[in-house]
Design a binder for this molecule. Sequence first.
Ligand code: HPA
Length: 267
Amino acid sequence: MSTDQALKVIRDQIENPTAQIGFILGSGLGHLADLVDGSTIDYRDLPGFPHAGVSGHNPKLVIGKLEGAEVAILGGREHYYENGRADAMRVPLEVLFELGVSTLFATNACGSFRSDIPPGNLMLIRDHINYSGMSPLIGEPTDRRFVNLTNAYDPEIRGQLLAIAKTADIPLIEGVYSWYSGPNFETPAEIKMLKSFGADAVGMSTVPEVILGRFLGMKCAAVSVVTNMAAGLSDEHISHEHTKSSAPVGAAKLEVIIRAFLGELSR
Ligand code: HPA
């Protein structure tokens, strides 16, 4: 219902809105939305979109062109920890799907477990561990809810992104992202456990959106910007302020990769 209403608002404001790729931008990574040549609609004007954003996000939908590709950018996300809703991004993602988006590209800030992926660097998500145990598909009545998450992070796109990063001389290492509900940060003991489970990084987002993206039949890709070593792995003080102030270093590298990827997509 809200999806149709939001689409109506968009179609009333933008003539023939379409997009081939959709982005969800993480904490401190909202800058990408400002680079698009297109139209902007505030989340507040879109039924079913999150209304109270976490600070460091850019709560607007931007539809337009970047590097020749047709993009739709969700400048901010609602996290599970805000209202306890794992499906908070369902309407925005359904809207993207209806606009023609076939690839979902999520970005986020994360805490790294790996000394070879230090703060300021990027991790390409190869797979995830849903440590929160929540699913955005709880309550979904159809059999479509039994979503297959093998290769949830599209192998072909991952290969493309790795090749682009190599050419641009930007370190990009694949790893497993674990989703911790937040909003508190993890304890050092929890990080030790997540690491022993096979995770390489931890964050508070992305997993529910990728589940929804796969549910809708989109190809998914996600890149994490490392803003800190996870709890107990360094002496640095972990805070949201630190996440926001550290994100731009990795965000600049991510922008180079995304621009090149979009350039290839538009060819
Ligand atoms: N933990 C969870 N989420 C995060 C972190 C972290 O250490 N850093 C940035 N987002």
